[in-house]
Design a binder for this molecule. Structure first.
Ligand SMILES: [Ca+2]
Length: 419
């Protein structure tokens, strides 16, 4: 069965890695038997990653990379709800359960959980969609039912370059336009590049906004990840008006930006709050062999570019080629080779018991969803899901119905849920 022939109306059922209809493991187009063999070639408990690492760097503690594999045992299914999206980037739920989705070139659409997708919503300020820029992460106000406010991150074109910015506006009653769109925050300085904007957004439990930025990639801007007077390479916490949130770690300190929450980040494209602890977790793109998962504490330095488990894509070492240093936070987990971790979500639903409080990571270059089991702030198991789909997974969210919804660069919207 080739699900590319008609991605609609096709449901794939997975039971403990055994195939009911088609691939639940690796390899689009393989037969069920072939796929089962490929999946089973990973011995239970052995790491899912079998490729050679890019360096001989040693982890700081056991289990910081290449943790043993785990396998979902509850039967689950996934299906393509829609494949007409245009480079979707961010997805989140409206209070009624429908999804609101950004598209990179500057549009938003609303999708029902059955996959009916609206026309593009108008009224959104222009974005710079070159390279990795565009209309990025999205969240709606915790009081959306009353105020209809939408918040989003985008790469804003400015005369002096472009930067990661946050805007808000009101979704009109007919859902056709964003009214009164206004930029509330700019992660200055602007830079004339097309890479590393970060771009995720969420509301924390206090009702403030947390966003992520990137360090714009180039050697020229990279050191600003360590500069607490710069907005580049940071996690940032602001009010709904775009002002520094009360209680931020650098509040009242000289020579620091009061909106900063943490620093030393490279390109943070995943942000999520743990459903039970409320802790903030992030994933960020590292250099070659250095993608990271971090649990974010306010005021801490996450090390880039001083420490990293990766090397330059050219093969050169980065900085002094060190991976651990006092005062700099270690990632909870890292991937070598990289998976390109984009949007993330914790699964809080009860549908699949072994998934409760697991972290799901949408992988771009890896073309799978990574499922991480996390216990006591350490990763204890890893699984790869939807690896046979051949998709670049850009974002993932837990819907109001408890299912997972994920979007791909190729334009698909998937639903993943208990069978
Ligand atoms: Ca780091």
């Amino acid at each position: 069965m080739n699900r590319y022939l008609n991605p609609h109306f096709l449901t794939v059922v997975c039971m403990g890695g055994v195939l009911a209809f088609t691939s639940c493991g690796q390899g689009t187009g393989k037969t069920a038997e072939n796929t089962a063999t490929a999946t089973d070639s990973i011995t239970a408990g052995e790491p899912v990653e079998t490729k050679t690492a890019n360096s001989d760097y040693k982890p700081a503690f056991p289990g910081q990379t290449r943790i043993g594999s785990v396998k979902t045992t509850t039967a689950y299914e996934y299906k393509v709800l829609d494949s007409s999206l245009k480079s979707p980037w961010g997805v989140t739920s409206l209070p009624d359960g429908r999804l609101i989705i950004t598209e990179k070139k500057g549009t938003m659409r609303i999708a029902t959980l059955e996959g009916k997708v609206s026309e593009p919503i108008t009224g959104i300020p222009a974005v710079n969609s070159n390279g990795q820029g565009g209309l990025l992460g999205i969240r709606v106000d915790p009081d959306f039912a009353a105020n209809r406010m939408v918040y989003w991150v985008f790469s804003e074109p400015l005369p002096e370059g472009n930067l990661t910015a946050v805007a808000k506006g009101k979704l009109s009653a007919d859902e056709k336009t964003i009214e009164g769109a206004a930029v509330i925050y700019r992660a200055t300085p602007a830079y004339n590049g097309t890479l590393h904007y970060g771009g995720r957004i969420l509301f924390d439990k206090s009702g403030n906004i947390i966003i992520s930025t990137g360090e714009r990639s180039d050697l020229e801007t990279r050191p600003q990840a360590q500069d607490i007077k710069s907005g580049l390479g940071k996690v940032i916490r602001i009010t709904k008006e775009g002002k520094p949130a009360a209680g931020n770690p650098f509040e009242g300190k000289a020579d620091a930006r009061p909106e900063l929450y943490s620093y030393g980040h490279r390109n943070v494209q995943g942000l999520a709050l743990h459903p039970e602890t409320g802790d903030l977790w992030e994933t960020e793109f590292g250099p070659r062999g250095g993608d990271e998962l971090n649990r974010v504490d306010p005021g801490k330095n996450y090390g880039w570019p001083t420490i990293t488990y990766g090397i330059e894509y050219s093969g050169k070492k980065i900085g002094d080629s060190i991976q651990q240093k006092a005062g700099l936070e270690q990632p909870v987990y890292y991937w070598d080779p990289v998976v390109s971790p984009s949007g993330i979500t914790f699964y809080s639903g009860a549908g699949i018991p072994e998934w409760k409080n697991n972290l799901f990571i949408s992988g771009l270059s890896s073309t799978h969803i990574a499922r991480l089991v996390i216990e006591n702030n350490k990763v204890t198991g890893e699984e790869r899901l939807l690896g046979g789909e051949g998709q670049r997974f850009r974002d993932i969210t837990e819907g109001k119905d408890g299912a997972l919804y994920t979007i791909t660069d190729q334009g698909r919207l998937y639903r993943i849920a208990k069978k």
